[in-house]
Design a protein around this ligand. Structure first.
Ligand code: SF4
Ligand code: FES
Length: 259
């Protein structure tokens, strides 16, 4: 027997814009500190009006400016998702990743001020020379230095031993911590918080035997004793690493002479 089709009757009234919660855009002033070494003696702030949504990120605003208003605007970014660490910048005076900072978390009734991170040589607009930062990282020997004969399989480690340095494995080398440190601003001979986090990751690794070498580096006058425990680094870290605690653990290892 042939079944007749039953019409589905929608008894509800038609959806309105507000029912569908269509996001509202708004215009925000983005004030970027510019610098072109070929023509500028000093940095200066330049304002751009950008149409944004609450769920947009600061990185989206920079892309809109670059793609639609001024192609000369220079900044680093790669992954767009808080992994590569290339887009650390000062956003309203605080070191943040542009790709992890949402419009809805900023006061968009005022200009959003975007500047390069401090304490490293400025190259252009939001781009700094990262070499001094990476040089400090290299100084602390950031690689595993095992001892004894090479095992046939992986080097086994207990969960408790792994937990000792779990936090410091999360570093993405963005430099937000080191360039928020007032000691680093005033004397960039200081290795800075990231280098200490990088050292911590191996000093407390039970499979490693290079702790003494790293601690010797960090016991120098540019080392861990320069830290004044201002917590700027911990506040700036986009990975939530307890940097000040890691620095304290390295200091304790130096005082006690054991890991
Ligand atoms: S410790 Fe945090 S803020 Fe510092 S470089 Fe690593 S991820 Fe960035
Ligand atoms: S673009 Fe990679 S961390 Fe932001």
């Amino acid at each position: 027997m042939r079944k007749s089709k039953t019409a589905v009757v929608n008894t509800q009234s038609p959806a309105t814009d507000s029912d569908l919660s269509i996001p509202q855009s708004f215009t925000v002033t983005v004030s970027v500190r510019r610098f072109n070494p070929d023509v500028d003696q000093e940095t200066y702030l330049q304002d751009f009006e950008v149409e944004m949504y609450a769920t947009d990120r600061v990185l989206d605003a920079l892309h809109k400016i670059k793609w639609e208003q001024d192609g000369s605007l220079s900044f680093r970014r790669s992954c767009g998702h808080g992994i590569c660490g290339s887009d650390a910048m000062r956003i309203n005076g605080l070191n943040r990743l542009a790709c992890k900072t949402l419009m809805k978390d900023l006061d968009v009734t005022k200009p959003i001020i975007i500047e390069a991170i401090k304490g490293l040589p400025l190259e252009k607009d939001l781009i700094v020379d990262m070499e001094p930062f990476f040089a400090a990282y290299r100084e602390v020997l950031p690689f595993l230095m095992p001892s004894g004969a090479e095992p046939e399989r992986e080097r086994i480690q207990s969960q408790e031993d792994r937990a000792r340095f779990d936090d410091s494995t999360k570093c993405i080398l963005c430099a937000a911590c080191t360039t928020s440190c007032p000691v680093f601003w005033t004397d960039n001979q200081y290795f800075g918080p990231q280098a200490i986090v990088g050292a911590h990751r191996f000093i407390f690794d039970s499979r490693d035997s290079g702790a003494a070498s790293r601690l010797e580096v960090l016991n120098s006058k540019e080392g861990v004793w320069r830290c004044r425990t201002t917590f700027n680094c911990t506040d700036a870290c986009p990975r939530g690493i307890q940097i000040t605690q890691a620095i304290a653990e390295v200091k304790q290892a130096l005082i006690r002479g054991k890991i």
